[in-house]
Design a protein around this ligand. Structure first.
Ligand code: HEM
Ligand SMILES: *[C@@H]1O[C@H](CO)[C@@H](O)[C@H](O)[C@H]1NC(C)=O
Ligand SMILES: *[C@@H]1O[C@H](CO)[C@@H](O)[C@H](O)[C@H]1NC(C)=O
Length: 509
């Protein structure tokens, strides 16, 4: 009896190991350089044991195989093609997009219905339909008419809030908190047309949900993001969710309330909510949850991302007085030109501000890397090295990794890559290359859907702070800022602290 059970256990274990390691010769068979897998971790042992951020391992691999255009690695049991060559990067994201349409990140509709309908997660035809639904809501005109006034309004409140707390903030404030409140307020106004007070109210529900969704301090918080990218199938199996059931229910309720209010009061505006409402009336197959998911997309993809971009850009500017002064000069000059009114056009004219944001996202891209699934029957990659004349075939269902952070930090592609130097995006001799090798918002048909919105929010937030206060990096803050995010999202090692002073106290007026 005992031996029977033992035998069964051994057989099961063996079958599992054989199944698990089935593809461990995938790259060997294709005769390309590859990082040998270690059972059961593949090539990312230290990341899966939480000893090192995944981003750091990817960065090291990028340099270890620097003589090749691509090479093979393993995420757990899955072979992944690691792309190094910038041209192949463009090929996957833009030129041959149809062959690599899908992100690998997945989410079960059973565990998180609203997260699962996010365009970032949706695959194939459903992704296309979702994008065609939501894209018209983010045209320049719609943003300018329906969203921009809200942004200006919240920037005024940000200024007032900082002014009120200036004594305290001169000893250092986590810029993350200010930026999150700012972005969250703009979301509730633009997405739901409700006015809350995230700045003063520490119990603001949207703020709390945003925080709990992206926290990576707890073990489950970390696991969620690692699995989502390293083994989407297991992630699905474990039903990991971005949003808790309570958060989903909260959103559903708020949306019902907004809709009811609008009906009762016969409100007929032309905002994001009413756009989605009309979409539902015009499309029989557009469900209540589709509407909710589009609202939530603006929330999930729009609050922490813009907050993080504001935070990192502000920290870089505060740490670089030369940039601070130059940006202040630009802002002042353009405000004079527009009679001291922050019009949409005035903001558009602030191009140095644009370059500061791009440069912050070059140094600290929100997504350290992208993962795409090969959706073609199979795909031929050109030889892995000049001088080799053998294409390499990748099969449908296997994924490729696009190392955004590594490319943006490669000294062969960007001069002095570790320096915060916004002018690289405007200097004649570097601007073309800098823009070509920059993926702060991605590229190709899957480029960030909310880019225009995000750029405006970020610019207005930074404008409000730089034009009204003198700001320096607190001496306790670590600089340069390094990534400690365990998965694919950039998270700084420690949250930057900024000291705020009255304008004129540090820099001349
Ligand atoms: C500064 C803030 C933001 C940054 C840095 C950012 C960055 C990105 C990046 C890098 C991607 C991946 C692109 C790719 O795979 O090629 C992405 C995708 C996406 N972003 Fe953003 N984003 C920001 C704000 C927003 C906002 C405000 C929205 C609001 C709607 C949004 C909606 C999306 C969506 C829906 C996708 C998935 C697109 C798709 O896969 O088709 N993002 N974003
Ligand atoms: C400054 O901080 C102290 C202690 O955290 C707090 O009691 C005080 O109310 C704050 N001042 C303002 C103006 O918020
Ligand atoms: C990749 O695509 C294949 C089919 O095209 C699918 O079976 C597989 O689940 C996808 N993998 C991921 C991680 O999305």
């Amino acid at each position: 009896m005992f031996f029977d059970i033992l035998l069964i256990l051994i057989t099961i274990t063996l079958c599992f190991v054989i199944f698990y390691t089935w593809n461990y010769d995938y790259w060997k068979k294709r005769r390309i350089p590859y990082e040998s897998p270690i059972f059961p971790f593949g090539s990312i042992k230290d990341a899966l044991l939480l000893r090192k951020p995944l981003g750091s391992i990817i960065h090291e691999l990028y340099y270890k195989y620097k003589d090749y255009k691509y090479f093979g690695i393993f995420f757990g049991r899955h072979p992944v093609l690691f792309i190094r060559d910038p041209e192949l990067f463009k090929m996957v994201t833009v030129k041959n997009f149809n062959d690599f349409q899908d992100n690998t990140a997945s989410m079960s509709e059973k565990s998180d219905i609203l997260g699962a309908l996010n365009p970032f997660i949706l695959k194939g035809e459903r992704w296309k339909i979702s994008r065609t639904h939501i894209t018209p809501a983010f045209t320049s005109l719609k943003i300018k008419q329906n969203m921009y006034p809200n942004m200006v309004d919240v920037s005024e409140r940000l200024k007032m809030y900082i002014t009120k707390n200036l004594d305290n903030f001169s000893n250092g404030i986590k810029i993350q908190n200010l930026a999150r409140d700012f972005a969250s307020e703009i979301f509730t106004l633009c997405g739901l047309a409700i006015k809350t007070d995230a700045f003063e109210d520490s119990k603001n529900p949207f703020k709390i949900i945003a925080h709990e969704m992206f926290e990576t301090e707890s073990f489950t918080g970390i696991l969620k993001f690692i699995l989502m990218i390293v083994d989407p199938a297991v992630s699905l199996l474990l039903r990991t969710a971005l949003m808790s059931k309570t958060a989903v229910e909260y959103f559903r309720k708020v949306i019902r309330d907004v809709r009811l209010q609008r009906k009762i009061n016969n409100i007929n505006t032309n905002d994001y909510f009413s756009y989605l409402d009309k979409l539902q009336i015009d499309n029989a197959d557009f469900s209540e949850d589709d509407l909710a998911s589009h609202i939530v997309t603006l929330f999930i993809d729009g609050v922490e991302t813009t907050a993080s971009t504001i935070k990192l850009t502000m920290a870089e500017i505060a740490a670089n007085p030369r940039v601070f002064k130059k940006l202040r000069e630009e802002i002042d000059r353009i405000m004079v030109k527009y009679d001291n009114k922050l019009t949409y056009d005035a903001l558009r004219d602030m191009t140095y501000l644009d370059h500061c944001i791009s440069e912050a996202l070059r140094l600290h891209p929100l997504f350290m890397f992208f993962m795409r699934n090969c959706t073609a029957g199979s795909f031929q990659f050109p030889p892995y090295k000049d001088g080799v004349n053998r294409d390499v075939k990748i099969d449908k269902g296997f994924s490729v990794l696009l190392p955004v952070y590594a490319l943006q930090h490669d000294e062969n592609l960007h001069a002095n890559p570790e320096t915060f130097y916004p002018e690289r995006f405007s200097d004649e001799d570097t601007k073309v290359q800098s823009k070509a090798i920059y993926y702060g918002f991605g590229d190709g048909p899957r480029i960030c859907l909310g880019m225009k919105y995000a750029q405006l929010v970020t610019k207005i937030g930074i404008w409000a702070m730089i034009s009204n206060f003198d700001i320096v990096l607190n001496e306790k803050s670590k600089y340069p800022i390094k990534n400690a995010g365990p998965s694919f999202i950039f998270v700084p090692e420690d949250e930057p602290l900024l000291n705020f002073y009255k304008r004129g106290e540090i820099y001349s007026r």
